[in-house]
Design a protein around this ligand. Structure first.
Ligand code: NZQ
Ligand code: ZN
Length: 387
């Protein structure tokens, strides 16, 4: 096991009726708040009314930025930065899914930076003294509620790029599973796929003897396999929503990566290129690409790790590692399909036209991945096999 420093400072308020907890938290960090949200789901579920009533009762000044789209656009981020400056905002409250929280992180970083916020996405700027932010999560998927990452799309250049800094972790997040009851089947399935994909990314490393991390990862996968289908079929099943929500947070807050060299993340980087051009739901892209990536990188040196997951998570009893690994990948593909996720790019009407440009952009900052380094030609081949 490698050295590490454990630090996950976000305070989590988990469970029913936790919204009021945010008032002392907000007051601790700021006096003037930007509330951010998406296309209107928070209004439909009554969360917007509850929240704004609480703010009014407690005399907290707020301005709003709504309309943040899935695959959040840098134009929304720029709008948020301008609002913060105009109204001298000192705290951001993101209310929504990963897209809203990610856009809010970029706003938080951009307000205190003199240049254009896209600079963070292309490595031209580093985050310094961002505004503090908190979140009220409404969709179990990205884990953005407890990590320092954000992924932003540039509609002009069709780029989708990550940024990250520990200072961008929300200072608190409210996780009330009831707010996720209204998430439709598609986004529930895509969220479950995304959570599982974060676990895969952390799990597939070159390190051995990292069993604390491995077993925790396997347990979280089992939670997704049990509760993902229940949440899709019974949207108001509290235990299913609650287990998925907490698994989603723990999957990518750093916990299952401690003691390792870092995860792989090639599949995520490839998927970002697909959703950058086609505006595809992130989890749906991952459902298509992950099994293909697994088959592509599987070899004699790493088959033990694929076999370990196949046996411990998917109940494969085959004793030959390579065969067990393949059986495990087949189970993963089957599971994603059972959730209603697509299996090929063609299933979501994507043809091979932009594959060369996606492969080029994915590797623009160098080879991808950890368990196997992927060059442009490898990425191109993975995308072709995903057609
Ligand atoms: O916009 P509204 O009206 O809120 O509707 C959203 C949106 O249409 C809807 N939704 C959210 N909560 C709802 C709800 N509908 C009904 N009831 C609710 N309670 O769901 C749709 C998708 O929302 P979005 O926020 O886009 O989903 P998700 O949380 O999956 O976020 C995806 C984005 O996060 C990035 C992805 O690339 C993508 O851009 N990621 C961020 C990561 C991070 N920060 O660490 C890591 C991930 O790997 C990922 O890349
Ligand atoms: Zn993801």
């Amino acid at each position: 096991m490698r050295n590490f420093t454990y630090s996950i400072p976000t305070t989590i308020y988990f469970g029913k009726d936790k919204l009021e907890e945010i008032i002392p938290e907000v007051k601790r960090y700021g006096k003037r708040v930007l509330i951010t949200y998406g296309g209107g789901s928070i209004k439909r579920i009554g969360l917007y009314d509850k929240l704004t009533a609480l703010f009014k009762q407690n005399d907290i000044f707020y301005v709003e930025l709504g309309g943040i789209q899935p695959n959040p656009r840098v134009s929304s981020v720029r709008e948020g930065i301008a609002l913060c400056r105009e109204h001298k905002v000192d705290f951001i409250l993101a209310v929504g899914g990963g897209s809203v929280i990610d856009a809010s992180k970029a706003i938080a970083a951009g307000v205190t930076y003199d240049g254009d916020v896209w600079d963070f996405m292309i490595g031209k700027a580093t985050v310094k003294d961002p505004l503090p932010l908190g979140s009220v999560l409404t969709l179990a998927a990205t884990g953005s509620e407890m990590n320092g990452s954000a992924v932003i799309s540039n509609e002009e250049t069709q780029d989708k790029r990550p940024m990250g800094d520990p200072a961008l972790r929300p200072v608190f997040s409210v996780l009330d599973p009831v707010y996720t009851y209204s998430v439709n089947k598609w986004h529930t399935a895509a969220g479950t796929t995304d959570i599982m994909s974060h676990i895969f990314e952390a799990y597939y490393t070159v390190d051995k003897d990292v069993e604390v991390a491995d077993y925790m990862a396997e347990a979280l996968l089992k939670v997704c396999i049990k509760y993902g289908p229940i949440a899709v079929e019974e949207p108001e099943n509290y235990e299913a929503r609650a287990n998925l929500m907490w698994a989603g947070t723990l999957a990518i807050n750093g916990l299952i990566s401690y003691g390792k060299a870092g995860g792989d993340w090639a599949t995520h980087m490839i998927e970002h290129e697909v959703s950058a051009i086609y505006d595809l739901t992130h989890g749906a892209g991952l459902a298509i690409l992950f099994p293909v990536w697994m088959e592509y990188v599987l070899d004699e040196r790493n088959s033990w790790r694929f076999a370990q997951m196949a046996r411990n998570v998917w109940g494969v009893s085959e004793i030959d590692d390579m065969k067990a690994a393949r059986l495990g990948i087949a189970e993963i593909r089957k599971f994603f399909s059972s959730l209603g996720m697509p299996a090929t790019l063609k299933d979501v009407n994507i043809d091979g036209q932009h594959i060369p440009v996606m492969a080029k952009k994915a590797t623009i900052f160098g080879a991808l991945g950890n368990i196997k380094k992927l060059q442009q030609a490898d990425v191109e081949e993975i995308l072709r096999r995903a057609l």
